[in-house]
Design a protein around this ligand. Sequence first.
Ligand SMILES: *Cc1c(COP(=O)(O)O)cnc(C)c1O
Length: 965
Amino acid sequence: MSRPSLFELENHSDFIQRHIGPTVKQQQEMAQTLGYDSLDALIDDTVPAAIRRTVPMDLPGAQTEQNVLARLKALAGQNVINKSYIGTGYNNTYTPPVVQRNVLENPGWYTAYTPYQPEISQGRLEALLSYQQMVMDLTGMDLANASMLDEGTAAAEAMTLLQRVNKKNRSNVFIVAEDCHPQTVAVVQTRAEVLDIEILVGNPDELLGETEAFGALLQYPGTHGHLHDIEPLIEKAHAAKTLVTVAADIMALLMVKAPGQLGADVVVGNSQRFGVPMGFGGPHAAFFATRDAYKRSTPGRIIGVSIDRRGNQALRMAMQTREQHIRREKATSNICTAQALLAIMATFYAMYHGPDGLRVIASRIQRLAAIFAAGMNELGYKADNTHYFDTLTFTVGDDAQAITDRALAAGINLRIDSDSRLGVSLDETTTAEDIEQLWRVFSGQQDVPSTAALDAGIEGHPGIPAALAREVDYLQHPLFNDYHSETEMLRYMRYLEDKDIALNRAMIPLGSCTMKLNATTEMIPVTWPEFANLHPFAPSEQTKGYQAMLAELDHMLLEATGYDAISMQPNSGAQGEYAGLLAIMRYHQSRDDHQRNVCLIPSSAHGTNPASAALAGMKVVIVECDDNGNIDMEDLKTKAERHTDDLACIMVTYPSTHGVFEESIIELCDVVHQHGGQVYVDGANLNALVGIAAPGKFGADVSHLNLHKTFCIPHGGGGPGMGPIGVGAHLQPFLPSNPVSPVPGVAESNDVVSAAPYGSASILPISWAYIALMGGDGLAQATKVAILSANYIAHRLKDHYPILYTGTTGNVAHECIVDIRPIKEASGVSEEDIAKRLIDFGFHAPTMSFPVAGTLMVEPTESESQFELDRFCDALIAIKSEINKVQAGELDAQDNPLANAPHTLADVANSEWNHPYSRELAAYPVESLRRYKYWAPVNRVDNVYGDRNLFCACPAIDSYREENA
Ligand SMILES: *Cc1c(COP(=O)(O)O)cnc(C)c1O
């Protein structure tokens, strides 16, 4: 071997081997265990030859972590961070450093999964319940969910909720106040059009009561800052049986009457300015609050209070836990991944400041706005809005250009409403000096009024009408009052974190979820100010760094998928589905095929597929699967034939949700195309394809990519995520745009699926970094090891548990389904018992009962070491021997360690122990647990109790004090 050059030594990267768990030697041994000479031989025998890519991805080689950070820093440096007064739903904020470091930058929080397994999720469930409490308090509503993707989506969901629940007014008209944020209007319009809802945008005072409408949307305060008394409007609406959604500003709600008190039926908004950076559009948590009567129609996840086996209080996701999977195309919404991490950050911001601290922040903003308005008056500019919280708009006529130029020269972004109208939104980072600078910018004079002098002349809150003034009647719960010292805050967050299993404790083998490494290097750029503090509607000259990073990421993802164009707008997989289906519909319409609206969906599909199809206005037709879990090709042909005139598309997951590479995928694409349909491949399982096959090359027309699965964005305990879509060239013209900041390359009038042009842009550097760190070969290697590890697990388990589906050569793809049905039949032990017993072993359970009821689906990913894979298999095998003992009567049929799992420390430390098995077996079923033991904080949670006694707020102060005494 020749001696490496200095260049090679300097650029040597170990990252691939840090991301991939098994060593190269172990990979070889694992392949041999499976009966193959090499990993490549296993892949050749597993992935159908017909879909294999012949040309490798055109991506650079792996780069070192240092080089990747340096390169990203250089890109970030091309962004210009002006002082932003743009507002429009996005404001500067100070993230409390204790929250930034211990939550946003802490894998104990950001690597957790959606809390499907409540016993190992009590920490994030408590934080999300507090979020609901905070939203209920501030909005004055009965009930809130645990976050929505953004304010626009929340408003669109509110519209469809109002249509569902308004039995007294079946009109199809929805009124939108003309002073709603423009991006909200656009998201609502797109959603309405496909559902045949007619949108009337106008002055609500003129429209309400005059027009038959099932619902209306008001903005409070309006996008230009005007603070209306919306109570008379709501009364007028209700008199005409029109229900009302109010989109509210969360900071303003600290000062002005709660919309719930003014009669609102739904209140939505964004919690971004509670400590979550703007991030060029996201991620942030939107909120959604409504009346108790509409709880069963509410979209998204609601956290509820229930009890555990011992009758102790325990939290869980209520009702809709598996909503889409149960209700399919009749689901209330397609939201699966939401914005949990950001909701939690906003909640901690509120806990850190407390009601009085928040009130000080809001009052200061309001006072500055009043001082600013008074000074502007002196300078000859009278604000268009008489009442306001933090935003003022000025008609400046011909001065607009000169003012904007002076602003830009001073590093300031104003809101530009038109050629003659400018707006200013203040926030918690605004100072008195900023106000004086704004006066200089507007007046062009150096000599401006004194803030101190004007302040002295201001009484009360002149911007807020007396009728809307609010007392501090919120956040009285101890949770929002006990943690104002940083020490207490730090410990409370740690206390919650310790209750949960995240990836920093153990593998999370959730099938279909791809819980792989979220490397620290990938995460670091997220909180760089150059990425974090950019307004989504900042002028494009200031966002060059983002644009360059996005262009490179586009290229990377196009290489990975084989498509021709990409949209970064959808901020979850389900939103990607919606955007992709809209593109398909628009394509058909552009060819005068208006009748094409049938969407074929295999019975095994993920629940978001039919839910998104319904959202896109399509008619769902189910295609059956055969006994091997494969799509029944005969049924497909029959149905494609039957719908040859109205077929819009098929939605299929590849490899299938059953974890199998179906040989028939190419034929399937052909059949659908022959009947005029498009092929949507759900890309959630792309972790089995990257570098070895590309949907865009084997016949698909569009896919979403779950960047929070395959491309390393952490799951955040239930979000954020990103679901960009790749499309063939023929669908490119139908990709989404944005009304305020249009997306280059598509028409400005195109559909809008998210509020911001590039969705949750600030987490995209994570995926960029991952791809740069791995390089083309590293990514392909990761895919191969993901497949290897799944087959290794299937192999190790197969003598103990039936493995449900395999491909024609007996192999699985990147996940495998363990069938518990025959075991339950024989022993009475259920898949749930096994899932909960795994907690005693320190593991998060696999995916339960998806895609097949009564099964567990295991996805190890490439990132788990052979040590961890073995530890997990050993746990499942030990559990199987317990099951055998139950079956043989050696363990009691009812009172056994499986039925009673998980066991808490309180269980085994209790002086009474009445079970026929030992405490030792309960807590330490394997020796290795003596080194490190996770204790579930609660016993098995009672799901039925929680739904029967739905309670979705923080438990009353007394009960809280008792619980924590
Ligand atoms: C995760 C997943 C989705 C939904 O993605 P979200 O980002 O949660 O909206 C859709 N389809 C499949 C197969 C998935 O696994």
